[in-house]
Design a protein around this ligand. Structure first.
Ligand code: SP5
Ligand code: ZN
Length: 353
């Protein structure tokens, strides 16, 4: 398994996020990636490379997954935030006002020019700090996902896009959940364009992959599957129910397995087996796994009960599909076990592959 690492990930280092009326220290910190890299150095799985950051094809791929207007917003958001007030340069950008979805209550066809209000136009939470280096870090991360998918379409059995910020909560025109650019969706798109007629995305992060689901909801060529904490009680709350099956041409091409807080390996593995069957029934020829290790029992912001020794079994079950596979690094927030959990899963995959 090759690993494509984001050399600029640490340019994105959000300091504080809003949680229930307080600004708290951000959970999504550069050390998360450092932990995974350290563990990969202790237990190597293959070459670790950096992506080509001047890849001329990157922009076209980005535009297949995200709206041009949204990308432009992201690229300029920090500059506009500081232009609003020079003192903002010392603060992470967080939204504090939103348009309403209720009929006649807000205009969605007009864009405000106020930089703080624009954050609310594109963000679905106030827990995703945007900083001076966010765009560069996220763009380099996109290059990692694209490079990992290219390596796999060129014949590698598997590749790991080791990058942050994560991506699976980012949609065609929205950010949130620590995510700005959807790396897993980019990988799926690259695999499609490299000739894989049907690609499956199997999201194992604790939180529903709402961004990925939205991006592919009406597409019949990408099957999106997510196993996650039930949105009735768990973030991101407003999507991820079992009856979301896709729409239009994509009818039947989305499946969700919402599980209660406290779910242990046995119940979670049962959902995974159903998801694996759905991938096989879809006759996918390539697989993308948004790899969130916040399903670990010790995670500070999640609620499943998987133990560190369960992760190898999950990896080997994924390998059982025998598909070219791209992993993208998503959630996982412990200060000490994020690397072990991720590498346990990847090593389990490699051993069984
Ligand atoms: C990629 C990913 O895993 N994103 C998750 C974003 C979750 N954001 C909400 C975090 C809420 C923090 N709750 C803290 C509870 C501490 N007891
Ligand atoms: Zn998560």
């Amino acid at each position: 398994m090759i690993t494509v690492i984001n050399p600029h990930h640490a340019l994105h280092a959000g300091r504080r996020e809003m949680f229930r009326g307080r600004l708290v220290d951000s959970y999504e910190v550069p050390d998360r990636l450092g932990q995974v890299l350290d563990e990969l150095q202790r237990r190597p799985l293959g070459a670790v490379r950096e992506p080509d950051l001047d890849d001329p094809a990157l922009e076209a791929t980005l535009l297949r997954v995200h709206e041009a207007r949204y990308l432009k917003f992201l690229q300029n958001a920090w500059h506009d935030w500081v232009a609003l007030d020079p003192a903002n340069a010392e603060l992470d950008a967080l939204p504090s006002v939103w348009p309403l979805a209720q009929r006649h209550a807000s205009r969605h066809d007009r864009e405000t020019t106020n930089a703080a209000a624009r954050l609310g136009h594109y963000a679905f939470d106030s827990g995703t700090p945007l900083t001076a280096g966010t765009w560069r870090a996220a763009l380099s991360g996109a290059a990692c996902a694209v490079a990992a998918a290219r390596a796999v379409s060129a014949g590698e059995r598997s590749a790991f896009a080791l990058t942050r910020p994560p991506g699976h909560h980012a949609g065609p025109n929205f950010y949130g959940g620590y995510c700005f650019i959807n790396n897993a969706a980019l990988a799926a798109q690259v695999l499609r364009e490299a000739g894989h007629a049907r690609v499956a995305v199997l999201d194992v992060d604790y939180h529903h992959g709402n961004g990925t689901q939205t991006i592919f909801y009406e597409r019949p060529d990408v099957l999106t599957l997510s196993i996650h904490g039930d949105p009735r009680t768990e973030y991101p709350f407003f999507l991820g129910h079992a009856d979301e099956r896709g729409a239009g041409a994509g009818e039947g091409c989305n499946r969700n397995w919402p599980l209660p807080r406290g779910t242990d390996l046995a119940t979670w593995r049962n959902a995974l087996d159903q998801a694996l069957r759905a991938v096989a029934d879809f006759r996918a020829t390539a697989l993308v796994v948004p790899l969130g290790v916040d399903i670990y029992a010790g995670d500070p912001i999640a609620g499943f009960q998987l133990r560190l020794e369960d992760f190898a079994d999950v990896g080997s079950a994924l390998a059982g599909l025998q598909l070219p596979t791209v992993f993208t690094f998503e959630g996982g927030y412990t200060k000490t076990h994020t690397g072990v959990a991720a590498v346990n899963l990847l090593e389990g995959f490699e051993r069984a592959a």
